[in-house]
Ligand binder design. Structure first.
Ligand SMILES: Nc1ncnc2c1ncn2[C@@H]1O[C@H](COP(=O)(O)OP(=O)(O)OP(=O)(O)O)[C@@H](O)[C@H]1O
Length: 249
């Protein structure tokens, strides 16, 4: 079986009376896209926040590249190669496409932000940013202000920013949200090829994308993983059919 790159073990998080994550153990293996699906409020965002370091679990641990990273902050995990894309865009809209990619490359280099001005002329960072833009097909709009991009292009730029980290794993929070069919097809093709570079934990509502991309799926309901398996296993699982997919599955 492929190496486990990222995992949670018994992650639990409570907000008052609500248990948003209950004893969640998940693995992301080399080469795979592992989708996490679940209805609104199932606890997907809370899970991602604990995996990426924005929220500390009440119990359990997160391991990345064989290390316990539970106590490490977001930036430390990012520098290890844990690349996250956001549900709500974190791009600087007034900056150009290339500048956004450079900011990602600078963050990955671990250097302080005051070196930003020098970055525009520094070859290695520029190369890294330009390579990431080419990888997602945005090299021809590198000089364009990010605010002028279409929604779909911004999603691609987010992936490019994540790529500048030289990622060892991606965590993607609803990358298909708000995309039309052309945008989703383009992003689906890109994500399908990215799994060879680094595995993807894909939190996604768009079931077409999940069915097209996922090697395995975990179904989250009321903070618990009720099933993990291949698409066929998930489709056939009676608990999943009842709780989430309904008879249409
Ligand atoms: N900071 C918080 N304080 C209190 N309750 C919270 C907090 N964050 C999340 N919750 C609760 O935890 C549960 C899980 O929320 P979460 O946002 O993780 O779900 P989700 O699956 O990401 O939902 P969606 O698909 O709507 O984004 C919900 O009942 C939510 O109200």
């Amino acid at each position: 079986m492929a190496e486990v790159v990222l995992s949670t073990r018994g992650i639990t998080k409570r907000f008052g009376a609500v248990t948003a994550s209950e004893d969640i153990s998940l693995d992301l293996r080399a080469g795979e896209i592992h989708a996490v699906i679940g209805p609104n409020g199932a606890g997907k965002s809370t899970l991602i926040a604990q995996i990426c370091g924005g929220l500390a679990p009440d119990a359990g641990r997160v391991e990345f590249l064989g290390r316990d990273v539970t106590a490490r902050p977001v930036r430390a995990r990012a520098r290890m190669g844990l690349a996250r894309t956001f549900q709500i865009s974190a791009l600087a809209m007034e900056d150009t496409v290339l500048q956004n990619a450079l900011l990602g490359a600078l963050g990955a280099s671990g250097r302080p932000w005051r070196f930003l001005r020098g970055v525009l002329t520094e070859r290695s960072l520029r190369d890294r940013a330009e390579a990431a833009l080419a990888r997602v097909g945005l090299d021809d709009v590198a000089a364009v202000r990010t605010a002028e991009l279409s929604h779909g292009q911004r999603r691609l730029l987010e992936v490019a920013v994540a790529l500048t980290l030289a990622p060892r794993a991606f965590v993607m929070d609803e990358p298909m949200a708000g995309l039309g069919s052309e945008g989703s097809e383009r992003l689906t093709t890109l994500l399908g090829s990215l799994r060879r570079e680094a595995p993807i934990l894909l939190v996604e509502h768009d079931m077409d994308a999940v069915f097209a991309l996922a090697d395995r799926v975990s179904v989250l309901v009321y903070g618990r993983v009720i099933a993990t398996g291949t698409l066929d296993e998930i489709r056939a699982d009676p608990a999943v059919r009842e709780a989430y997919l309904g008879d249409a599955a």
